[in-house]
Design a protein around this ligand. Sequence first.
Ligand SMILES: Cc1cc2nc3c(=O)[nH]c(=O)nc-3n(C[C@H](O)[C@H](O)[C@H](O)COP(=O)(O)O)c2cc1C
Length: 431
Amino acid sequence: MSKFHPLSPTDAYHEATKHSWASVRRNAHGLDWSTQPSVYKNYPADLPRVSLLEADPLKRFLYRVAGITAKKSYPGVEYYLRTNPSAGALYPNEVYFQARGVEGFADGIYHLEVASSSAVLLRPIDESEGLEATLEDPRRRRGLLLFVSGIYWRSSWKYRDRAFRYVLLDAGHLLGSTEAGALLWERAYTIRYRIDRQGLNRFFGFGREEGMLSAFDMSTPEEAEVRLPEGSLEQVDPTGSFEPNERIEAVYLASGHLRGCRKEYRVPRLPLTREAWAEAILRRRSIRQFSRRSISKEEFTQIVRWAQASVPSDCDEAVELYAVVNRVEGMEPGLVKEGEYLKRGDLSGKAGYLCLEQALGSESAVTFFLVSSGENYAPLYQKAGLIGHRLYLAAEVQGIGASGIGAYYDDEVREFLGTEGKILYAFAIGR
Ligand SMILES: Cc1cc2nc3c(=O)[nH]c(=O)nc-3n(C[C@H](O)[C@H](O)[C@H](O)COP(=O)(O)O)c2cc1C
């Protein structure tokens, strides 16, 4: 970068948390299992709970956001996997929502309790108060307003300073699972990044370990304005252990200052049948190993088309999709961007190397790299996570395996793609 353009604090964070061949070897560290943070936040047992394990459409929708869909057992450990993926299965996010005028739920503010597949009523609201007061437009809204927070220590315990990237990607995946549920339920939505984070954090009683990142709005406004409910909620420890990270707290603060946001209004339509999506949402898993069989050009095109469909939000940033085509019938191998070949030939070995030598990157049918030159770091990174989620589901719906890849040699990927943009995420699909 030229010295005449000092880096913004968020770009400086991105630069400082790049992986390189040398940094990965220099900074190798063991995990301290004695401080392993909990992946569940649980509010007190005496608060009212609504089970989401019922067939009504709203409960099914809420279950699809982050519901438990698999259990893995290893000697001495058991853990549960969810509709949403997460780097290292550390799940560094929580989901809260406000329901107003919604059947089956008293008007109020709820926490989505993943461990028990239920919604916990944290505080009832009346018609004069609500979380709308933390949106740009404080008019009362009927329907659902979901909020996604980040709890960085769950991820920085393992990934150290780079963890804020995963907190944002994983938040984006949650926005993606929410989107899939909303589309399946045929509800319009928009994602809001221009929220009063500090006001929300104060109201929810969060300590420094948790902070709001975005809202998923499925509500319609009325005339009257509301004010934030008085007081704040009881603070609940979301991790059981905590080690502060100054760099991450600084980039969280900096990432709240959004500039020059462009609105995207277009809500996309789900391709393929709704039944197939409903199944894919519950079946989705990360593939651990590919058998190196190819996919068809039609399957590839369908996946890319869905990944690149509009993402409605109040701060849209362009996220580019580069595809290293390794095994697609009817397509020459090479590096493709928007249908144009940038490089031709077998680049599978290179793609695997770039993903920190993970075989997923070389044995895939296609390895993607998501890139952005945008300035609004929190929105663009969450959008990359949401696109990752679309890649998972568009692959799954066609019986194709997929996995997010958060670890790659940043500068070498940039050089390989020939871009000055930030490398946000890698992703592999295949059989
Ligand atoms: C942001 C992100 C980064 C990931 N990075 C990797 C990776 O580098 N290598 C890998 O094998 N899996 C990676 N995964 C897959 C996770 O390990 C997986 O999502 C998690 O174990 C939960 O399993 P599930 O996706 O089957 O529910 C990543 C997932 C996400 C969401």
